[in-house]
Write a protein that binds this ligand. Structure first.
Ligand code: GAP
Length: 386
């Protein structure tokens, strides 16, 4: 977000007045249709269950069709504010970070003196009482969202929708996701959320099938309009560049899950290299948790002093692991398994030639690089990563 000069950051509240969730439509609409199986007592989502050949809903546990009618179940977690636990004190844990941005739109716009178009972004926890959490961290009840709301002049929304679809697609590629495992899924009529005029999911091909990792939505002026109506506060934008016209901006939203992205990154990177009997996480360097490993071949002080110096020289620029235990082969395997792009080995020749071995995780190719050229060589390899 700091790389864009048209986006501000915010850290909004997790607990907000329940009126916020009435205004957003979540109290009324944020529901899953739930069905109970009379036979095995399982509870499941009607929209995810299969039907038999007569078109009757089947229980996913026991395949019985003796099931109840679907009832809407709200996914928001409730809690109470203050000392009294009655309905007036009921509040909700936020099911999306977006609403915290909408209720702060005016404050941010006024305090930063922004003209449209501009965005407000935040990363933070969201909570949903999911009925069927699972697939590891794909669907959990507590998860991290990375959302950005981009405020635009009505009429320019479709243009900006296209812009953000492309920008988010490019971002998914920039973290190393394979373009053959990514696709857009446009929402059809019945799929659109209550707030959306148009919506596209970016889907990733997980081992369990194609599933959404991010949504790009045209939310129109629905959200600001509803917050204006429920709060009775004027949220109109005064367009100083267009004859002081007053209007509610349209919103293009990009909404990604950090956990789901992480799962996609892990699935994308995991490779069993049978020929070399190794498991490698082929992370793009931008998401590799450790960028470099420094491996002195022995614990002899002469070698360690060179390794320590390399460590100190690189520490400010890269997240590094220093490992001097076990055979060098085992140490390489360890780094491959956590996805470290490069290993730097300090060996006995280093004492004479003032050079080290640079080993590439994916190709296992080793090259000799002199210490005075090492920093440039590594910076270059990260910059021109393929
Ligand atoms: N503000 C719009 C919004 O929240 P969403 O499609 O419901 O849209 C956006 O959620 C993203 O949040 C999803 O693409 C997904 O990455 C993530 N997400 C949603 N529910 C999740 C859950 N239960 N567990 C993990 N991630 C989830």
């Amino acid at each position: 977000m700091t790389l864009r000069d048209d986006v501000e950051g915010i850290d909004a509240a997790i607990l907000m007045a329940s009126k916020v969730w009435e205004a957003s439509g979540h109290v009324e609409n944020f529901t899953d249709p739930l069905v109970d199986c009379r036979n095995c007592k399982a509870r499941f989502r009607a929209d995810k269950a299969e039907k038999n050949k007569d078109g009757k809903l089947m229980c996913p546990e026991c395949e019985s069709t003796n099931v109840t009618e679907a009832r809407n179940f709200n996914l928001m977690f409730k809690t109470f504010m203050g000392a009294v636990e009655d309905s007036a004190a009921t509040i909700f844990l936020r099911p999306e970070t977006a609403q915290g941005i909408y209720v702060n739109f005016h404050n941010v716009q006024q305090s930063t003196r922004r003209h449209l178009p501009f965005g407000i972004a935040q990363i933070g926890k969201a909570f949903r009482n999911e009925i069927t959490p699972g697939n590891f961290i794909f669907r959990t009840r507590e998860f991290e969202q990375m959302e950005m709301q981009y405020f635009v002049r009505p009429g320019e929304d479709e243009k900006w929708m296209e812009f953000w679809k492309q920008a988010r697609w490019d971002w998914q590629l920039s973290i190393g996701l394979d373009k053959n495992k990514l696709r857009f899924h446009p929402h059809g009529e019945g799929e659109l959320a209550h707030y959306a005029k148009a919506a596209f999911d970016i889907e990733f091909e997980f081992p369990f099938g194609w599933s959404e990792i991010e949504g790009v939505h045209n939310r129109t002026d629905f959200d600001l309009g509803r917050h204006q109506q429920f709060s009775k506060k004027n949220l109109q934008y005064v367009d100083l560049l267009n004859n002081n016209e007053k209007y509610l901006p349209y919103i293009i939203e990009t909404s990604a899950g950090a956990d789901r992205t992480m799962l996609a990154v892990l699935c994308n990177a995991y490779q069993e290299d049978k020929a070399n009997e190794r498991v490698v996480l082929k992370f793009h360097p931008s998401v590799a948790p450790i960028k470099l490993a420094i491996l002195p071949l022995s614990k002899k002080p002469e070698l360690e002093s060179i390794a320590d110096k390399v460590f100190k020289d690189f520490q400010q620029s890269y997240k590094i692991q220093y490992d001097d235990s076990g055979s060098i082969g085992k140490r390489y395997r360890r780094q491959e398994e956590i996805g470290t792009p490069f290993c730097i080995t300090v060996d006995f020749d280093s004492l004479n030639d003032q050079a080290v071995t640079l080993r590439h995780r994916d190709t296992m190719v080793q090259e000799r690089v002199s210490l005075d050229k090492l920093k440039n060589a590594i910076d270059d390899k990260f910059k021109n990563w393929k």
